[in-house]
Design a protein around this ligand. Structure first.
Ligand SMILES: C[S@@+](CC[C@H](N)C(=O)[O-])C[C@H]1O[C@@H](n2cnc3c(N)ncnc32)[C@H](O)[C@@H]1O
Length: 285
């Protein structure tokens, strides 16, 4: 069963839901899990900021669930809701039970996955791709997606790892996960996809820790303005050897040997933003 709200009553948001056993709340709770999201074709977003981001992207919430207090405080935002019939109120306790966060700020929303950017629409040969190899941590993935959007990444290809549509990733991405064409696949599929992209002229750039063996050079020496796929490895094992081998450029961010590597999202910020830096006149050195 989906979470489409019952018709509202007289007041804005209808009668306040006071029981966690309410079927609408039960359906929202099922969205905490990946199989519940797939089953209902919906995502769960939490907090005023994500509601603003979704509305800013022109997305239409399937349901907005808010506390009476939140409704009072957010009249201006409510006017931007495309369909007030999608609004329901719940007591703070029920809203907290429907949310994954410990202290929700009074609102959550659900959104049809079908509204997200299609990973295959548009330009068949993207100029800037981010490929992530089995990233595990939802916070890292969300942070990375936010930077990817800021850097002008056109496609994100994920080999397994954290689900990009889980509430933690959506929060950490600050809504960027809603704006990027993201495709999740198996490791073997990512390998095939990258090999094909290489055949179409993309340079495959593997991000390596400084001590990595082979022809690794500082990232600022690379011409990032060429069509590029940047490959980043996961938190524990780094990039799979098959992907390192498939790459045709290997770059690193040099740093003190006091640490073995940088956090993957921290490394990604420097690497991804090098492309717009060079495009704005800062040349490769
Ligand atoms: C935490 S690191 C993985 C460390 C892992 N032990 C290894 O040897 O690759 C996760 C990923 O972040 C990227 N990364 C971390 N530090 C980097 C650096 N100094 N330069 C370039 N990429 C880096 C790499 O893609 C790496 O696979």
């Amino acid at each position: 069963m989906g979470v489409s709200p019952e018709p509202p009553g007289q007041s804005l948001g209808g009668e306040t839901i006071r029981s966690v056993r309410n079927p609408l709340i039960q359906a929202v709770r099922r969205l905490h899990r990946s199989n519940g999201r797939l089953e209902q074709g919906l995502l769960l977003l939490e907090g005023t900021h994500l509601l603003e981001e979704a509305l800013g992207l022109g997305l239409r919430p399937d349901l907005v669930l808010a506390t009476p207090d939140w409704l009072e405080r957010q009249c201006a935002l409510l006017e931007r809701l495309p369909d007030a019939g999608r609004l329901r109120t719940a007591s703070p306790e029920v809203l907290a039970a429907a949310a994954t966060t410990r202290h929700p700020d009074g609102v959550l929303l659900t959104l049809a996955m079908a509204q997200l950017p299609s990973p295959t629409a548009g330009d068949a040969s993207p100029g800037f791709v981010l490929a992530l190899d089995r990233l595990q941590d939802p916070g890292n993935l969300g942070t990375l997606l936010r930077t990817a959007l800021a850097a002008g990444v056109e496609r994100v290809w994920l080999a397994e790892g954290a689900d990009p549509l889980q509430p933690k990733v959506l929060r950490a991405s600050s809504g960027a996960a809603l704006a990027l064409p993201i495709e999740r696949m198996t490791s073997a599929e990512l390998h095939t996809r990258l090999a094909k992209a290489k055949g179409c002229g993309l340079q495959l750039v593997a991000a390596m820790v400084p001590e990595a063996a082979g022809t690794v050079r500082p990232y600022w020496e690379l011409d990032w303005c060429r069509p590029t796929a940047l490959l980043l490895g996961n938190e524990g094992a780094g990039l799979a050897p098959e992907l390192v081998q498939l790459a045709d450029r290997w770059v690193t961010i040099p740093h003190s040997p006091a640490v073995e590597s940088l956090n993957v999202a921290a490394a990604a910020a420097l690497l991804l933003l090098e492309r717009p830096r060079q495009a704005h006149g800062g040349t490769a050195s």
